[in-house]
Design a protein around this ligand. Structure first.
Ligand code: KIV
Length: 323
């Protein structure tokens, strides 16, 4: 028996999805490299050759300004959620443009049925962990349920906690009724990302996680909110679970980029929950959440390998023991 049988088997886990999606997918790479300013902003992190990226010394962090530039230049943006140090460290070696410390942490990390259970304190802890792992990445932190609806001062206090934790921007769901908050944050130097369409913090108002904007009125309402967010100074907008045509039209009408999730290919960028992208939960596969890995199988195979090796007495081997 080899030294690490479980690892050998786990290699087989990168199955259908890798060949189909990763190999054939155009690589986004690091689209924001500008040789003129690369020196002052360069990062000293290593980069796997597989991503076909510029050398580590010319790589620099993406910022909210780069999001606007990408839109102007017609370059797509990729974002994923992340909540912990270990995955943040991996993301820091990837070509992903930005990380969202989403309030989906309440569901994905804490097992709650909705995002309503996320608090500013929970978001602070997750943000700090992600910042420790991916300091060179552009990191957006989610403002949790009601944290921006209790008045301007309370909203700024909450945003301040997330920014001091190391986030480069905050994301707020909706816009109606907290226009002043968005505006004051922007005026205070806090880049704001909007989030419209399906707003998970309003799940109970919808009666479930439902596609938004299918009716004419609802669609027009989302267009109006998108325009309002742009006028208030948001640098980007997440469009969640809206018809692809609506998302395409909204994207075409804005100067700021839209980042879609369940909103079709006409958005200026895409975001997925990391655990969905990695296929970590076979029981949860929304239509839009393409798994790029069969993560559940990989993990289960590794755990089975370890369990069997322990019972068979083949783990630990001599070279895994101290003399
Ligand atoms: O919290 C989250 O994961 C999000 C994404 C769905 C955009 O807001």
């Amino acid at each position: 028996m080899g030294r690490r049988p479980a690892l050998g088997r786990a290699g087989n886990c990168i199955g259908r999805t890798k060949a189909e999606y990763i190999v054939n997918e155009p690589r986004v790479g690091y689209p924001f490299r500008n040789p003129e300013d690369s020196e002052s902003l360069s990062l000293q992190t290593e980069q796997p050759a597989a991503f076909n990226s510029p050398s580590p010394t010319t790589r620099r962090a993406v910022s909210n300004m780069d999001f606007l530039r990408a839109k102007a230049e017609g370059r797509k943006l990729s974002m994923v959620t992340c909540y912990d140090y270990t995955f943040a460290r991996l993301l820091s070696k990837s070509p992903i443009d930005g990380i969202l410390v989403g309030d989906s942490a309440a569901m994905v990390m804490q097992g709650h049925p909705s995002t309503l259970s996320a608090s500013t304190e929970l978001m602070r802890l997750h943000t700090e962990a992600v910042v420790r792992g991916a300091a060179g990445k552009f990191i957006v932190a989610d403002m949790p349920f009601l944290s921006f609806r209790k008045g301007l001062a309370a909203a700024l206090d909450s945003a301040s906690i997330l920014m001091v934790a190391g986030a480069h921007a905050v994301k707020l769901e909706g816009v109606d009724g907290h226009e002043d908050v968005v505006q004051r944050m922007v005026q205070s130097g806090i880049p704001v990302m909007g989030h419209i369409g399906l707003q998970p913090q309003s799940v109970h108002a919808y009666g479930g996680f439902r596609v938004q904007g299918r009716s004419r009125d609802s669609g027009q309402n989302i267009v109006r909110q998108a325009t309002a967010l742009e006028e208030l100074g948001a640098f980007a907008i997440v469009l969640e679970c809206v018809p692809a045509n609506l998302a395409r039209d909204i994207s075409a009408g804005l100067r700021i980029p839209t980042i879609g999730i369940g909103a079709g290919a006409g958005c200026d960028g895409q975001i997925l929950v990391l655990q969905d992208l990695l296929g970590m939960n076979r029981d949860f596969r929304p239509k839009f959440a393409r798994p790029f890995l069969d993560g559940e199988r990989c993990v289960l195979e590794a755990l089975a390998g370890f369990g069997h090796a322990v019972k068979a007495g083949t783990f630990p081997a001599l070279e895994e023991s101290y003399s």
